[in-house]
Design a protein around this ligand. Structure first.
Ligand SMILES: [Zn+2]
Length: 248
């Protein structure tokens, strides 16, 4: 067996990172043999972002003419259509990104196999194959930040679900969130009580803003909690309890 090479792309709201990854024949952790990064400039819209992604991939392939790249693997912001690799849904952080035919257009233009999954799904696959989930049959991975993303890997494969939203833990029902509007437009979802954004909002509702000039964010409450503040500790406890109950 020989080492294998794949072009990997991470598409986020801030940057597009491209790499040529080497997968050693002995199964050890893959590593980049080439890396590059460009700003996403998401405000320019979905088509401009697509052009930047395609140019980044072509540049990576051209910079490594001696490497036989088997295909392109992409972890993308937004919800990915599991059947085509198109972007099924994206929020306002990436305007015009929703509906971009990412997988289909890249396959046609590059003439290579192209696999597209969500960014947290890509993270989960990495953990399941080479990280904390190595050797485990099932792995649940959560991305908790401004919002809450999630992915579920079983027997080495990420479960995407018919609409590509399997494992999106942030938008499952949570009793502690009953009646609270969610960023997705519905209400009562875990993200409304356990994301960084929600932790800031809950603190402000109960105790007033940390900095009177702006709404609090998760980091503000976290900093207070680390300093031993009882009010911040209460809010983080409640967020953690809701997260644990929903996970259970
Ligand atoms: Zn929601």
């Amino acid at each position: 067996m020989e080492n294998k090479y794949v072009c990997s792309v991470d598409i986020g709201g801030t940057k597009i990172a491209t790499a040529i990854m080497e997968y050693p024949a002995d199964g050890s952790v893959p590593h980049p043999v080439f890396e590059a990064e460009v700003p996403t400039e998401a405000q320019e819209g979905g088509e401009a972002v697509f052009q930047r992604i395609e140019a980044s991939i072509k540049a990576a392939l051209e910079a490594n003419p001696d490497v036989e790249v088997l295909g392109v693997g992409i972890g993308a912001a937004g919800v990915v259509d599991p059947k085509t690799g198109a972007i099924a849904y994206a929020n306002e952080i990436m305007p015009g990104w929703s509906g971009v035919q990412l997988g289909p257009r890249l396959r046609e233009d590059l003439g290579l196999p192209v696999a597209v999954v969500g960014d947290v799904q890509a993270h989960a696959l990495g953990e399941a194959h080479w990280g904390v989930g190595k050797g485990k049959f099932s792995v649940m991975c959560l991305g908790i930040g401004t919002g809450i993303g999630g992915a579920y890997v079983e027997n080495g494969r990420v479960m995407q679900g018919f609409h590509g939203a399997a494992g999106h833990m942030g938008h499952i029902e949570c009793s502690a969130a009953a009646g609270i509007p969610c960023a997705c437009g519905r209400s009562g979802h875990l993200e409304s009580v356990a994301s960084g954004t929600s932790i800031g909002r809950m603190y402000d509702e109960r105790f007033g803003r940390v900095d009177p000039s702006r709404p609090s964010v998760g980091r503000d409450v976290n900093d207070l909690c680390r300093a031993g503040d009882a009010k911040a500790t209460e809010v983080i406890h409640d967020a953690g309890f809701a997260l644990g109950a929903s996970l259970g």
